[in-house]
Design a protein. Structure first.
Length: 138
């Protein structure tokens, strides 16, 4: 708990919030494109948007939020594997939430699916940050 209250942790969280915000915009934009324009099933659209979002999140996070980490010096493939693995678990959470919102709760109009996607992304954001901070870039 003490580590969470440190100033460096708060700074990284704020940085990750902005990086996550950009990645979320990438995700929502691609989700809207795949679902609303190309009419791809919302679960597949979620998966495809995830690939673009996670790539943007890793790149920006590495350049800004976790730029001082030496954990994967010379081992970028390992780092990317860990990031995508953790994010894949987040994707499962995201898809479960989308299923709950769209299929179970019936929020299945184009606007409500996009709003559901925004809420699901917000929930999964905390998972991604904590795992990256406390496990991957510890």
């Amino acid at each position: 708990m003490r580590k969470i209250l440190e100033i460096s942790f708060v700074r990284q969280f704020i940085s990750y919030f902005f990086v996550g915000g950009i990645a979320a915009l990438v995700e929502w934009g691609f989700f809207a494109l795949f679902d609303n324009v190309l009419h791809i099933h919302y679960i597949l659209a979620t998966c495809l948007a995830f690939v673009f979002s996670t790539s943007a999140n890793w790149l920006l996070g590495r350049l800004w939020t976790f730029k001082d980490s030496q954990a994967y010096e010379g081992k970028r493939a390992t780092e990317i594997l860990y990031i995508f693995s953790v994010s894949a678990i987040g994707l499962l959470f995201n898809m479960g939430l989308m299923y709950l919102f769209v299929t179970i709760l019936g929020l299945n109009s184009a606007v409500l699916k996009t709003i559901s996607k925004i809420f699901a992304t917000g929930i999964v954001f905390f998972w991604n940050f904590l795992i990256r901070k406390l496990v991957i870039y510890k």
